[in-house]
Ligand binder design. Structure first.
Ligand code: PLP
Length: 414
């Protein structure tokens, strides 16, 4: 809270609550539908405990604990020295767009060109912009539940209707296709897929993707395929719906540099989409960001073209941690965790503790000093689960397990 002066009155202003007002000014109604990722709330609570001297192990935030690969950092420095400090084209630097197009063509077995690629600051705008460009009030959007909370937030923000599709543990957190079949209507304009998925680490099997493609092939709708964790797969690559013949023209492939190249703070993402939609995104970029930072785009070219050794080593290390961490979580009383096939999250069923997942989250933070996220933060179907990120050192994970085991005495046998 800070105080600001309004005439003779002192008006309390909070920058962090939806009740932000200043005199007669208040936030527009549309802002109330926007959520703030609960990872940042838990982080704030964890920081408050740390300020009191507590030691907290952070397993709540979804970002690699690795530094950006050195060649990318060097390329950014060189770009700054070369003067890449000016505006660039709203759709992105042509050389980066060509590089993305050739990479996506290669990984997806497709033929896309630079005209299909839009470069944006972070992957998040590639959720927001296509929704702004495609959806009218009342249009319906199918999206996974549990999932990255920003999907629903954005759907509501643009006045469309969110239709959550359950992901079930017994189906390895793939989509419930019967549910999709029952809920696709003439108002459905967008289906969001995320594979590998946040928070479950699940990968949608190729056979499910193909079935889904058959279901929607004849419909006037688009698929937003969030492939931000595409490089972090442990049992072979995730199959993209864009690779199903005839589906490219209905798909927005969305990816970015945050997770694969440990570049969360650099803010760079991209989408590959039909030209008519790229024009919409280009206009939204021209009206909002102008362009993504040009020296960052230059560095990303090095990221895609240069040696991939650091990325491969990071994924190897995530696998090593997963193989230790997930089986060990299964040994905690009341916990059940299937082995995730991608991303860097363990999604643990904690219903066996007899407690609400929110309570377990609280106990782990306050009693054990382990910060993690209640699955309910990712949707109703996440209730009863916790998300623990294993993007943390082997030592931290080992210590977290020891602390969770100790804390489990609070519910085991209770
Ligand atoms: N999509 C998913 C599924 C994510 O988990 C995240 C980040 O956590 C994003 C998109 C956003 O990525 P970025 O940080 O590049 O905006």
């Amino acid at each position: 809270m800070i105080d600001t002066t309004d005439g003779n009155r002192k008006v309390p202003v909070s920058f962090f609550t939806p009740s932000f007002t200043l005199g007669n000014m208040r936030l527009a109604q549309r802002i109330s539908s926007l959520v703030v990722e609960s990872a940042f709330d838990v982080l704030a609570r964890a920081r408050a405990l740390e300020a009191k001297g507590r030691h907290i192990i952070h397993l709540e935030i979804g970002e690699p604990d690795f530094d950006t690969p050195r060649p990318i950092v060097e390329a950014a420095k060189a770009a700054l020295d070369e003067g890449w400090t000016h505006y660039g084209p709203p759709q992105g630097l042509p050389e980066l767009r060509r590089t993305v197009a050739s990479r996506v063509s290669q990984t997806h077995g497709l033929s896309v060109g630079e005209q299909h690629v839009c470069i944006v600051p972070g992957a998040k705008p590639m959720i927001f912009f296509p929704m702004l460009a495609l959806l009218e009030a009342g249009d319906e959007v199918l999206y996974p539940d549990p999932a990255f909370p920003i999907y629903r937030s954005m759907v509501e923000f643009v006045g469309a209707k969110p239709v959550p599709v359950p992901l079930r543990e017994e189906h390895q957190f793939s989509l419930d296709l019967d549910f999709v079949a029952d809920h696709v209507t003439d108002r459905t304009k967008l289906i969001v897929l995320n594979s590998p998925e946040n928070p479950t680490g699940g990968i949608i099997p190729e056979s499910d993707i193909r079935q889904l493609a058959e279901m929607v092939r004849e419909r006037d709708l688009m698929i937003l395929s969030d492939e931000i964790y595409s490089r972090i797969c442990y049992d072979g690559p995730a199959f993209s719906i864009a690779s199903v013949p005839g589906m490219l023209e209905k798909t927005i492939i969305m990816d970015g540099f945050s997770k694969s190249y440990a570049m969360t703070g650099w803010r760079l993402g991209y989408g590959v989409m039909p030209e008519w939609l790229a024009e919409g995104v280009r206009r939204l970029m021209a009206n909002s960001n102008t362009c993504a930072a040009t020296f960052v785009q230059r560095a990303a070219i090095e990221g895609l073209r240069g040696p991939q050794t650091e990325v491969e080593n990071m994924v190897k290390e995530f696998r090593r941690r997963r193989d230790m961490f997930c089986p060990a979580l299964n040994a905690i009383p009341g916990f059940r965790c299937s082995l995730p096939s991608g991303a860097f999250y363990a999604f643990v069923n904690v219903k066996g503790t007899g407690l609400e997942s929110k309570q377990v989250e609280k106990i782990l933070l306050e009693e054990a000093g382990v910060a993690c996220l209640d699955g309910a933060a990712f949707g109703d179907h996440g209730k009863g689960f916790l998300r623990l990120s294993y993007a943390s050192s082997f030592e931290n994970l080992t210590e977290a397990l020891r602390r969770i085991q100790e804390a489990s005495k609070l519910w085991a046998g209770a």
